[in-house]
Write a protein that binds this ligand. Sequence first.
Ligand code: RAM
Length: 889
Amino acid sequence: MFTKIISLVAIGVVAAGCSTGVRVSGLRCEYLQNPLGIDVGRPRLSWEMESEKRGEMQRAYEVRVGSEPGKGDLWESGKVVSDQSAQVAYGGKELASGQRCYWGVRVWDRDGKVAENSGWWEMGLLKAGDWAGAKWIGTGKLVGQAPMLRREFAVSGAVRRARAYVCGLGYYELRLNGGKVGDHVLDPGYTDYDKRVLYATYDVTDQIREGKNAVGMVLGTGWYDVHTLAVWEFDKAPWRAAPKGIVRLEIEYVDGRKETVVSDGSWNAGVGGIKFDSIYGGEFYDARLEKTGWDEVGFDESEWAGAVVMDGPRGKMVAQEMQPIRVTGEIVPRSVKEVKPGVWMVDMGQNFSGVPKLMVKGKAGVMVKMRCGERVKEDGTLETSQIDVFVKRSGADQVFQEDRYTLKGSGGVEVYVPRFTYHGFQYVEVTGWAGKLGVENFRGEVMHTDVPSAGEFKCSNELVNKIWMASRWAYLSNLMSIPTDCPTREKNGWTGDAQLAAEMGIYNFKPAAVYTKWMNDVEDAQHPGGDLPGIIPTGGWGYGKGIGPAWDSVAFHIPWYLYQYYGDTRILAEHYGVMQRYIEYLSANREDGVINFGLGDWAPYEAQTPATITGTAYFYRDALILAEAAKLLGKNEDARKYRELAGEVRGAFNRKFFDAKSDSYLSGTQTALSCALYQGLVPAGHEKGVFANLVNSIHARKDHLDCGILGTKYVMNVLLDNGRADLAYAIATQTDLPSWGYWIKEKGATTLYESWKDVDSRNHIMFGDIGAWVFKALAGIREDGVGFASVVIRPEVVGDLTSASATYDSIRGKIVSSWRLDGGKIYLDVTVPANMRGTVYLPTSDPTEVKESGGEILMAEGVDSMGNEKGVAVYAVGSGTYHFVAPQR
Ligand code: RAM
């Protein structure tokens, strides 16, 4: 990327007045904070070192793991001289099911000062035998009201600790003594239930009491029992069966006795208010059928039958080691209007994934219908034709994103939140209510996999801020235990969309645990011959030559990003076989050295790029990633073989598609040119020529993109990496077709769309890499090395921008880059966390005039990145906060 690297100088200057204490924070186990239910045998630990001191590094660490806080009886790493602070694998005694492990880490700084901190993790149920006695139970009925299962049990003494291990398919809600257990919704995460089934672990110590207790479970259909029409035939999924659940409660008394309560034939089964639930359709709830007190002691079960013991799913039970889906926020509607007599429209003001919440007071039997969607028609009513096409096409008489609530007439305000469905929507069309409705009657419950935020961004251009914000909403709306394409029409784990959005996700959130889980799903989905489906999980649809490498490459790119951004080599090791089988599959299916099948630059504007170009280019990148992974894993023979294969593919690619005379690639589109550059396929000496052609083709479009989802990611990154961030910025700030700004300005978008012309879904993330680009380009925060051992801060001062700032919570700690222009000067504030190095590229007209924190500057030199750029001062820095001031360029 940068051809001239400046010699490093160690910087150890202590800014006056700063505290110099060293601290350790951010302790994680398998990317999670103090997790319950880990079933990885050797969990990996990470922490962050903190210090205000410049140039601070971790000289050594020591990890102790014990059965009690402060003890090291399970493992002591000893003092390890290393700056490693992530992916440190537990190396002690074999751990048992349910075992609580307390760990502490100690770090030594450069002066030998020590800091420490502690955390814990708890093992899940490691062996199938741990579920002994627990049976899968339900009502045995395929379609009908949501099953409710209950049982009472006695607790004979003071409880020291209690755990609930639970899974309910498709979805469950577990209840104890009248209250919900945990805060998960739409649990468990979606998997191929024939391969793998996720269970959750809850600490229920506080919900259990001495004496009589009641446990209950409600089951939804979810992805396990798709009984309504689905886009890709999930109603025929091989795993499909009637809802069922399994529970194991483990109670430990203060006096050491242990007791377990398990789901079995002794439970009773009934039904209540949920009359219908469907992942696509919605939920119907009749409050008159509610069974008040069913989850409490003393409920009259005389009308309930015995629970039916059922065959369990075929998949193995594994711990759900990722953040669950939660309700993460509540939206107050912007307006509620009567658009036609009796037809009310609720405008949430934000497109998102979740469910509407209804709060009304009225007579028993009144049914309120809520249909959710992303658009309204001219007459003000709901428009769903862009998202319910597959239902309409089939002619099926089926509801879509529709919730119904029938009042019980309690006399008070009745509150209804659908439990076993979710929708993508901004608008809710409400009918069936005779009276007036207002903002006070509705809320929007925002739902998604609850990944912590990692990045914040802000700049002086409001449009760019809005695009960034829309990308975040689109990403989260499409993170529902798997990355999805849209929260409406499909809700599917489209691999191409996920592959393109992964870096955006990593810059903005902490999705490593979700991706780790989803890579298992990818592995589960692969055919023995290497073929991968376009949607994961799949019920069988999407194999063969229809989709192809641009989508399937997710099996390479996501593990590689986890390695690059978090230093995760285990993910490469674990899924090495998937990559290898896929590469062998592509090798066997090339024609004349190239790939002639699959999807290409999907959802283009006008220019069409042959899929053979982008597909073959992914083949090349994938072979290289595999070769690199092989090298890292010590498989040298494989490394050589796949590097050679990559070379062959590169040769074939250029032979077939490259015209050396014009420095162009077949079709000459922005996507073709940027693809060759982005994937590193351009023959040496021709990079500048191809790049010039790309720039010209962008100018020919009046500085607009003319790409689909693949080209959009390539063009923006290639421009940035070749010194034309200004042109990328011009593209990013357009407001006419095709552009992100068009969606924002013309359509009032609050999420990203599926198509430039806005004819499809309004909540796709596949054009979303812009949400990573703003961090890389405008704030200039770029990973440099592996796992942020070092960072490059290289803000691009472009266009009308007068300021930009971002923070990024990397695996090694928080990075800050913030700049502003003022009075002919550029002010740049940079924070590099302890245990990280950085290189700062400061744009200035005069590198000799740079001041830093009012003090002497340590090193400045012009850098030449493409042989045509001057006016950048470059500093090698250690950790610390730096305030640069320099003449504006
Ligand atoms: C659509 C999906 C997805 C895309 C595929 C090819 O059905 O919504 O975004 O990856 O097509």
